[in-house]
Structures are given as C-alpha cells and as structure tokens.
Ligand binder design. Structure first.
Ligand SMILES: [Zn+2]
Ligand SMILES: [Zn+2]
Length: 128
C-alpha cells in the first residue's frame, strides 16, 4: 500500500469498557483458534484428497482460501496454453485445470503441487 505523505488520517479514540474488552477478546481468541486449526490441517495435509481434486498446493488450499477478491467476472489466459479462462471473481488462477494437471503444478499459483524442486521446468516450451 502506498500512502501519499500529504494524506493525513485522524481516527477517534476507541472507547474501552467491559463490553469492548469482551468483544475484542472473543474476536482475538477465535482468530487465534482458527489459525491453529488451519495450521494443524496444513501440518498433516488432512484434506489432501479434496486439495488434489482442486489441483491446489498446500499453501493455496489451506491458507489462501477465502481471501479478498473483487466481485467482477475476470478473464485471464492460462500461463502455459494461453486458453482464456473465465472466473467468477478477481481471484484468478495462473493455469487452466488441464495444464495444471499435466505439469503437476498448483492451478492457482503455479508452484509444484508437491513442493518438489523443478529447476528444469520449461513450461510452455514443453508443450509441443
Ligand atoms: Zn492451459
Ligand atoms: Zn498454490
């Protein structure tokens, strides 16, 4: 985020009382618990079957799900075959399902699906 120096934001003090402390504690605790739960799932890849059926790496499946996305139908070509893909939001993927499966890559970010090193991967030039 770029903040221009001439823009000054003034915020009001937050009112702190028993109710605000209770509310903030509830939210903070739930966030902590959700993060731990997600980390446990990530640690043992407990949803591997579902994850692989969506052709996503562990990071995209467990950590990037439900991120913020603009509500606009967005088109982006696949990074390998350049077929135009259409998405229901601005959360687009790097590859089409066909190429992601063929090259064993994460459909969303393009990482190796099993986090193996692929120094010789040449992507599109493998394609014909
Ligand atoms: Zn493709
Ligand atoms: Zn990924």
């Amino acid at each position: 985020m770029i903040v221009r120096p001439e823009v000054k934001v003034e915020r009001k003090a937050v009112k702190i009382d028993a109710a605000s402390v209770a509310r903030a504690t509830f939210v903070a605790k739930r966030w902590r618990d959700d993060t731990l739960k997600t980390a446990q799932k990530l640690d043992c890849d407990s949803e591997a079957k579902q994850r692989l059926s969506e052709q996503l790496c562990e990071t995209c499946y467990y950590l990037r799900k439900g991120g913020l996305a603009g509500a606009a139908v967005t088109q982006q070509p696949c990074g390998i075959c350049h077929d135009l893909q259409t998405y229901g939001s601005t959360a687009t993927h790097t590859l089409c399902m066909k190429c992601a499966k063929k090259y064993e890559l994460c459909k969303r970010c393009g990482a190796d699906i099993g986090f193996r090193e692929r120094p010789k991967f040449t992507g599109a030039s493998d394609n014909g």
